[in-house]
Design a protein around this ligand. Structure first.
Ligand SMILES: NC(=O)c1ccc[n+]([C@@H]2O[C@H](COP(=O)([O-])OP(=O)(O)OC[C@H]3O[C@@H](n4cnc5c(N)ncnc54)[C@H](OP(=O)(O)O)[C@@H]3O)[C@@H](O)[C@H]2O)c1
Length: 304
């Protein structure tokens, strides 16, 4: 009996927080992963995308590339637009021509944050800043380019690698006695490791259903770790975790957003409702506190 061919997964933006974790975990989900960085495949370059798909022959693509500098997007809207709004359509069209699915990542910042409950997939998009607007437009471009797509919206991503809130807080704790952190923006911190696991599960399911002659999952789902918190409470948990591991920690003082003006306006409540993902695929997000413990172990505990 011949072994089934290992499925080939192309991950764009492979050097980012989520991209790195997709590459690290792909084999455990039965994929041979090919990761491309921006230098190897610029997702704004239509010809380069076509050439990559023709030569690498992936069975499925996950786009983990994006412009993620929320504040800098306000002063460089054209670049943010090209990468976040335009490129997903290029990738979608190329995957459509090749007859393969594209999984894409979007953000809680497509919502305006005004709801009193976590946001559902079908809620109206009303981004407050250039980054959120560019991501909302990217979703629309992808939907126009191919039906064969999955959009996974996530939020407040942290990871042992790349730049993120957890690493910033740990760095500042080594430099200062007290940190001031906004307490009136709420959301759900989400581990890049958990997000990668969900994307790989959906990628495998897509191909399995295709092979079985069943309709593959298509559409938009939300995933974030369970629990809603503020940046202030998140910072306090990071400091408690650092102290428990013998690392420098600082006092954290809550401040209102008005005391920490940033170029981009951010949603007050950007928590995502993940009920649809649980209902459709049985995926139950673990609490963000548990995911944070794992990342702190990796960052601060020797031998991890
Ligand atoms: N970070 C968050 O809190 C957050 C929250 C919600 C949703 N998301 C979404 O999650 C996805 C991944 O985010 P992340 O946190 O993993 O981002 P990240 O760490 O900033 O990684 C993004 C990667 O994309 C690459 N990239 C940028 N422009 C590119 C281009 N034109 N062609 C190819 N690669 C390009 C970057 O490379 P360079 O470093 O060389 O530029 C970087 O390696 C994004 O879609 C983002 O919108 C993130």
């Amino acid at each position: 009996m011949t072994e089934p061919r290992t499925r080939r997964l192309l991950v764009t933006g492979a050097g980012g927080q989520i991209g790195t974790k997709l590459i690290a975990r792909a084999a455990a989900h039965g994929f041979a992963a090919i990761g491309t960085t921006r230098a190897e495949l610029d997702i704004t370059d239509r010809a380069a995308i076509d050439a990559a798909i023709a030569s690498l022959k992936p069975d499925i693509v996950i786009n983990a590339a994006a412009w993620t500098a929320v504040d800098r997007a306000e002063s460089e809207p054209d670049l943010a637009h090209e990468i976040n709004a335009h490129a997903p359509g290029l990738l979608g069209a190329a995957c459509d021509r090749a007859g393969i699915p594209l999984l894409h990542i979007s953000t809680d910042y497509v919502f305006d944050g005004s709801a009193a409950r976590p946001w559902r997939e079908e809620d109206p998009l009303a981004p407050l800043g250039v980054y959120g607007k560019s991501k909302a437009e990217g979703e629309a471009a992808l939907r126009r380019a191919t039906e064969n797509h999955i959009i996974l919206r996530t939020a407040w991503v942290f990871s042992p690698c790349g730049s993120n809130f957890v690493k910033t807080m740990l760095r500042l704790a080594a430099e200062r006695d007290e940190l001031t952190v906004v307490d009136d923006q709420k959301g759900s911190p989400s581990s890049a490791i958990d997000i990668a696991r969900v994307l790989l599960t959906l990628a495998r399911l897509s191909l399995d259903r295709q092979v079985a002659g069943e309709a593959p999952p298509r559409g938009t789902w939300h995933f974030c770790n369970a629990g809603v918190t503020s940046w202030y409470e998140f910072a306090r948990a990071i400091m408690a975790g650092a102290a428990a591991r013998g690392a420098p920690s600082a006092r954290v003082r809550p401040i209102p957003t008005s005391a920490y003006p940033t170029p981009a306006r951010r949603p007050e409540n950007s928590a995502l409702d993940c009920t649809k993902l649980t209902h459709d695929f049985g995926i139950v997000p673990r609490p963000w506190t548990e995911a944070l413990d794992d990342v702190l172990d990796r960052l601060l505990t020797p031998d991890h």
